[in-house]
Design a protein around this ligand. Sequence first.
Ligand code: SF4
Length: 293
Amino acid sequence: MDNEKLLDAFIELIRRTSSDLPVDVVTAIKEGLLTEKRDSIAHKTLQMILKNIKLAKEKSLPMCQDTGTPVFYVNYPHGVSQIDIKKKINQAIKESVHKLYLRPNIVDTLTGKNLGDKTGPGYPVINFEEWKKDYIRVILMLKGGGCENVGTQYALPDSRVNAGRDLEGVRRCILDAVHKAQGRGCSPGILGVCIGGDRVSSYEESKRQLLRSLDDRNKNPVLGKLEQSIMKDSNRLGIGPMGFGGMTTLLGVKIGSLCRIPPSYFVSVTYMCWAYRRRGFEYENGKTKKWLY
Ligand code: SF4
């Protein structure tokens, strides 16, 4: 493994993720714009968001003041050292702060003191998984704090939303989460949802669902149908971009499921804001062979 080239790939990954929104997300925002009335606040807000996206790309600058929690998903072949990759990621984060691709906004939770370079206990988040392919694949998500705050989890049955342990109950929970978020997660948002698992695996899987492209189809037709119905119902709630009213409350819904033990039935919702920053690369024989998204 050529470590210098891998470091360069990580820095470029961070630059692209922070400043250049994937095409599927930009397309969805543009489609949202077409559904809003001209001169409405919703229309103006989406126009402003699109202008912001364009400027960030042109200037290679972060598209939002919150450059988010860096969440890495790393698949690697047998024989590659996790320790080496972790070191490279930490180095790339520090250099990216220096180059202004990321803001140094990580603080010690107890003292509130800024740690200066966006690394520290728990930061960045790195998910490692060995796989059978002979190259490394890395996906980075920059997860905003405002939208992370409106993510939530339900344990069914839940009498607050009259949700039983069935798909109708799941639907009620997800719509409740969208309604409670209002504009606070910087809508239009994208939902990653997991049904089942334990508390931790359920939340993790809900976030992992956000790695799917907005235009993909769920392999499970039952979940695919649920995704479409949540999308339709949410966009009828009138919350709109940034909560100013309008038709564009969600840009996408992605739902997965994990097994569970009979006493538990979790529905976990991760809310992603319009700044749906995810990018990736594949790395083989000392060079980047493909950029993802
Ligand atoms: S929720 Fe997203 S768009 Fe809103 S401030 Fe945070 S990162 Fe930016």
